[in-house]
Design a protein around this ligand. Structure first.
Ligand code: GDP
Ligand code: MG
Length: 164
């Protein structure tokens, strides 16, 4: 099997930070060939002896919070078409936003495994805020993680690699 993980979510939730953590010291491969493949990066990683490819979607304009319906659809379609497991990333500090809800609505189209990654759970207090994301109504499970300090990422990967 191909073992592909795609990370999706609105800008600034921490997708690229998690991507970099998952690929470690390995190099990301940029694919900027066409409008559809714009700004996606591929990298390779492994966890408990299982190898995977991870796709970081949605480079957009650096630092921009702007994102449009077309972009959401493209990003999620890519994930749905190519991934074996989808990581839907949200920000526990920001809570549920309308853009998160737009992503959730598009993600409902697939039966592929989806895990909500409740990122920026740097402290236990913040991790407890993950409960509000059940309201999004998608995802098989929610994992509080801090992509910045690494906490929770092991539990997330344990669940992900069970599909590989
Ligand atoms: P992306 O737009 O979804 O790819 O998000 P980035 O990975 O570029 O991160 C956006 C911002 O959130 C950056 O300033 C990161 O340093 C910050 N960030 C990412 N992960 C965490 C985290 O776990 N905790 C905190 N506090 N900040 C984070
Ligand atoms: Mg990014």
């Amino acid at each position: 099997s191909t073992n592909i993980i795609a990370i999706v979510g609105r800008p600034n939730v921490g997708k690229s930070t998690l991507f970099n953590r998952l690929i470690g010291q390995r190099k990301a491969i940029m694919d900027n060939e066409s409008g559809v493949t714009r700004d996606r990066s591929y990298g390779h990683g492994d966890w408990t002896g299982k190898y995977f490819t991870v796709i970081d979607t949605g480079g957009y304009v650096h630092g921009s919070e702007d994102i449009f319906e077309g972009e959401i659809n493209k990003q999620v379609e890519l994930a749905i078409n190519e991934a074996d497991v989808i990581l839907f990333m949200v920000d526990v500090d920001a809570g549920v936003t309308s853009l998160d809800e737009e992503f959730a609505n598009v993600l409902r189209r697939t039966d592929k495994p989806i895990y909500i990654v409740a990122n920026k759970a740097d402290t236990n207090a913040r991790a407890h805020q993950m409960g509000e994301f059940y309201a999004l109504g998608v995802g098989d499970e929610i994992f509080p993680v801090s992509s910045q300090n690494g906490s929770g990422t092991g539990d997330l990967l344990d669940a992900v690699v069970k599909h590989f």
